[in-house]
Design a protein around this ligand. Structure first.
Ligand SMILES: [Zn+2]
Length: 116
């Protein structure tokens, strides 16, 4: 079977274990793969940082209560958190670093800061 260069699509001529048609294509392919994974990490870090700031803003003391609408209005993204804590009673807290939130009934959330 004729192999194709994953970067430019040209046919690969030469050794059977060759993956790219040229060094240039290998380099540019690897660079773009690295760039994508760096973007992913950067975007995830940005979301976490934003979530953290929102929780910090809404919860300047150790403990408070807020609504889902307020969190969403500020741009909170519920898909991004750093850890989950389950109490013995089975209550699940979601944490963004040391700022946690707990879903309550009726679209409300308890916000808690973890003591360090
Ligand atoms: Zn190529």
């Amino acid at each position: 079977m004729q192999k194709q260069c994953p970067e430019c699509g040209d046919k690969i001529v030469g050794r059977i274990d060759k993956k790219f048609c040229s060094d240039a294509c290998r380099n540019s392919f690897n660079n773009s793969v690295n760039k994508d994974s760096k973007n992913l990490i950067r975007n995830t870090n940005n979301r976490l940082r934003k979530n953290y700031r929102i929780l910090e803003d809404l919860n300047p003391d150790q403990k408070t209560k807020t609504s889902r609408a307020k969190l969403i209005e500020k741009g909170f993204d519920f898909n991004y958190f750093t850890s989950i804590y389950t109490t013995k009673a089975g209550t699940i807290y979601y944490f963004v670093y040391d700022q946690g939130y707990l879903p309550l009934e009726g679209e409300f959330y308890a916000l808690v800061k973890r003591e360090s």
